[in-house]
Ligand binder design. Sequence first.
Ligand SMILES: Cc1cc2nc3c(=O)[nH]c(=O)nc-3n(C[C@H](O)[C@H](O)[C@H](O)COP(=O)(O)O)c2cc1C
Length: 477
Amino acid sequence: MARTILLGVTGGIAVYKSVSLVSLLKKRGYDVVVVMTRGAERFVTPLLFQTMSRERVYSDPFEEADPSGIAHIDVADRADLVVVAPATANVIAKLAHGIADDMLSTVLLAATAPVMIAPAMNVHMYRHPAVQANLALLTARGYHFLEPDEGPLACGYTGKGRMMEPEAIVEAIEDYFSGRLVLASPNPDPLLAVRRREKAGERVPMADVDVPSPAPGAGVPSLQAVHDAPLSGRRVVVTAGPTREAIDPVRFLSNRSSGKMGYALAAAARRLGAEVVLITGPTNLPPPEGVKVVRVERAREMHAAVMRERETFDWFIAAAAVSDYEPAVVEAQKIKKSGEALTLMLVPTPDILRDVGQRKKPHQTVVGFAAETNDVVEHARNKRRRKGADWIVANDVTEPGAGFEVETNRVVLVGPNDALYPLPLMSKEDLAETIIRTILAFQSMPPAEDAGGEKTSGERSIDEERAGKGRTGGDAR
Ligand SMILES: Cc1cc2nc3c(=O)[nH]c(=O)nc-3n(C[C@H](O)[C@H](O)[C@H](O)COP(=O)(O)O)c2cc1C
């Protein structure tokens, strides 16, 4: 049976290339259903796509020609693969934020197939931090981007932003259907196949409704899970939980960290294929499966355990809430109540993030956390520089649903060149994977210079940041 490609077409000059894309796909035997935005219709008529595809073209979510169904759901359900080409900055932003205000954006939320997106826009639009943040967010959610080419653009500029050529898009589509390119849906529905059979009038036996786990190495990726392992072959060290600084044999200084974020990060890194070492302070959490756990109490024990791993890790994620101070003296006997005021002398604990960040090797990625109560971004940017970290995950712990002892968190990532990547409120499990995938997406992006970017004098390039050049020592003030 022919595969169905749902082709989203938006309002950019590169629309003319989508016409030949439809023609190439039809020649290879695909069914192509085109969904156009109003912007796209200003460039070419739906009649052209209808003639090329031999299918009805959709653009108005309220045009319900078939009373037996709802068009945007039926169209979404037909797709074996969704391709948006060209994808404007506008449709990318809408998808990143879940906006459904026309036929295409609505279908994109309803679709459960994998999605390929071919951005096309002016070089400055493509480089804009908002567009880059949306691309990173969507990549982290599992959308597959077909990188724009560099070259002369219709707007007169030369740079990155030209839509990938139709032949190369067809190649990516064929790679996907032949199993060479493994993609998972950002929004999977394991029962889609069953629903399709029922829609076709078939009575589906219960046995078929049980979704079997895919055989290892099966060509078609599971609809249930992302099967890629972008951290495979890498060693990830995560710290988690609070530390306890003993005052005497029964008392200690500690904080309200539950360890959930660090444990979720360790589990996510493992899921994404890494060998994971979790160095944890005292928590009540079960250790994540497949992760090596090192238990510590005091900040200096955590520091020593991290330093032992310093040479071998590829990623270090410092999610523990490490005490900044410890009592200068730990009393051997329980301090007796005297009724008088008691003064405790506290001294600083070793700075784990700084000691790792300042000595890190070029291939190592160092991620710190900043739990703040005010001026979150400014504090996080300063911390990133001071400690020599690549990334700081910052959150405002006074915000509802964020910070300690809650199931959710809202953070902003501060990355190389102080770029900001705000992430929405999410469960700590989802957030953990999103943080890792966002950083990976950033690392796999071509250097900024490729986009024709000019460097502010005195600023390190993203390239240098990525290679870790010039970070050691000099960055810590
Ligand atoms: C001549 C012309 C060319 C355009 N080319 C692009 C483009 O290549 N990429 C882009 O993101 N926007 C481009 N735009 C702007 C979009 O059409 C505009 O942002 C529109 O709101 C997009 O709507 P849509 O995403 O619903 O199609 C262009 C506009 C005009 C008038």
